[in-house]
Design a protein around this ligand. Structure first.
Ligand code: AMP
Length: 487
């Protein structure tokens, strides 16, 4: 495996990478960095999430640092064009982080903010400018920016530039750049117009392409349910009781959360097991075997534990809690719809998770069709007994806890058959939970259709019509294929 230290990058850059905890380049980085360091033009077919920003930022900073010279007044040595302000900010933040020990300057130029600070930032010259085309054109018109000093030109997300009508401004900007320069061109797709633009801008480019492996995500029916945090468990039980759920993974953020959810489900009469880093190898293996054998309907897992699970035929993924890292969302839902099958991914979102949802929708470039199940009385009633079924308890190291909690199916069946003392937890609680769950299901469905259902359908239609639901086509699938920082 290539390491960043193998690539010959300047020491201060390696230090910045180490500060971020990055040791291994992603595939696009491993391929692109040596090419760009040599000063060659590059055509990169890659999407956000592949690590493409560092793929160009690191070698650019290396080159600028190796050949230090002041940028001309109102000018810059490297120009990165980005289609949106958000991406421009993100790219500039990346440059700043990687340049932390280099003493190189980075500035952003985009619309919607005052000109004054941008003019002042440009006045003395900057090493790297990340700009959106429109505002840069304005600065060029005002002569508050000049392109004469540009040595390296990066066009990022070229296909999105086309969508936003930026091709003409880009051509105008390019016409003012010095002829002798390095060009880097990135696009997720290569429609004809973009191929033509690439042909005009690049000279004898090397090309790297990170091709999506799987298009599975396109087949996943995604939805999101707004729900109060304390009502998630009964809602999950309600959804799991549906016959269409054959085999599911339920993701929680914490190990303890996984245990609590699994315990509640089991008490509600739903075959479940939890799997996470605190379980012994034996416990994990038994839980997995039961899951594979179809004895466990819901495997409750943390992200890390789920990575080792290679099970096909998972009909549903439930994000009981949204992941902290948007990329993990894609990894999680990619557990279903394997081997050409369809799949369903349902995510719960409570008020505290709104910002995580925003990040996920931004990263995957989609709006997940949503339903609102807040203020659902049936769920409220079920939540009230949820704590009785599986109360919040002091954390007990599961390795020291009763192993029977972990592989419920066989043991519980045995316990049920035997009756007696063990039936207390399995039968007694299971019966109670089942009743509660049935109640939640009946009323909950009506509630869902009446209130949230309408909203969800509306958004679903927008998605079907192409609306905002662009994720699977662009943002989502490539994340699945990339080397992942969370692995
Ligand atoms: P990008 O495709 O450039 O938007 O990068 C996607 C995410 O991966 C960003 O959060 C980066 O900070 C992160 N990332 C990029 N390169 C690496 C790496 N080599 N190791 C770990 N994380 C990375």
């Amino acid at each position: 495996m290539t390491q960043f230290t193998d690539l010959g990058l300047a020491k201060p850059i390696l230090k910045a990478l180490a500060d971020k905890g990055y040791t291994q380049p992603t595939p696009i980085q491993a391929q692109a960095i040596p090419i760009v360091m040599k000063g060659r033009d590059l055509l990169g077919i890659a999407q956000t999430g592949t690590g493409k920003t560092a793929a160009f930022a690191l070698p650019i900073l290396h080159r600028l640092a190796e050949d230090r010279r002041p940028a001309p007044r109102r000018g810059f040595r490297c120009l990165v064009l980005s289609p949106t302000r958000e991406l421009a900010t993100q790219i500039a933040d990346n440059f700043k982080a990687y340049a932390a020990h280099l003493g190189l300057s980075v500035a952003t130029i985009f619309g919607g903010v005052k000109y004054g600070p941008q003019m002042r930032a440009l006045a003395a010259g900057v090493d790297v400018v990340v700009a959106t085309p429109g505002r840069l054109m304005d600065h060029l018109g005002e002569k508050s920016a000049t392109l004469g000093g540009v040595e390296i030109f990066v066009l990022d997300e070229a296909d999105q530039m086309l969508d936003l009508g930026f091709v003409v401004p880009i051509r105008k900007i390019a016409s003012q750049l010095p002829k002798d320069r390095q060009n880097l061109f990135f696009s997720a797709t290569m429609p004809g117009e973009i191929g033509k633009l690439a042909g005009e801008l690049l000279k004898n480019p090397a090309s790297v392409s990170i091709t999506p492996q799987a298009t599975t995500v396109e087949r996943i029916e995604q939805s999101l349910i707004y729900i109060e945090a304390q009502r998630k468990r009964p809602l999950l039980a309600e959804l799991l009781a549906d016959r269409s759920v054959e085999r599911s993974i339920v993701f929680t953020r914490t190990k303890r959360g996984a245990d609590r959810v699994a315990k509640y489900l089991t008490a509600s009469g739903i075959e479940s097991a939890s799997i996470h880093g605190d379980k012994t190898q034996g416990q994990r293996e038994r839980a997995l075997a039961a899951f594979k054998a179809g004895e466990v309907k819901a495997l409750v897992a943390t992200d890390i534990a789920a990575r080792g699970i290679d099970v096909n035929d998972i009909s549903h993924v439930f994000n009981y809690e949204l992941p902290n890292v948007p990329e993990a969302y894609v990894h999680r839902i990619g557990r279903t719809a394997r081997k050409g099958k369809d799949g369903v991914a349902v995510s719960f979102c409570c008020d505290d998770e709104r910002s995580l949802l925003k990040d996920i929708e931004k990263a995957t470039r989609q709006k997940i069709p949503s339903f609102d199940r807040r203020n659902d009385k049936a769920l409220a009633a079920a939540a009230a007994v949820a704590d009785k079924l599986a109360p919040a308890e002091k954390y007990v190291d599961p390795r020291k806890a009763d192993p029977r909690n972990n592989v419920p199916s066989e043991l519980r069946r045995k316990r049920n058959r035997n009756g007696g003392g063990q039936g207390k937890s399995a039968q007694g609680k299971g019966g109670q939970g089942g009743g509660q769950q049935a109640q939640g299901r009946g009323e909950g469905r009506n509630g869902g259709r009446g209130k949230g259902g309408a909203q969800g359908q509306g958004q679903g239609k927008a998605a079907a019509a192409g609306g905002d639901f662009r994720g699977p086509k662009r943002g989502v699938q490539q994340v699945e294929t990339r080397w992942s920082p969370i692995d």
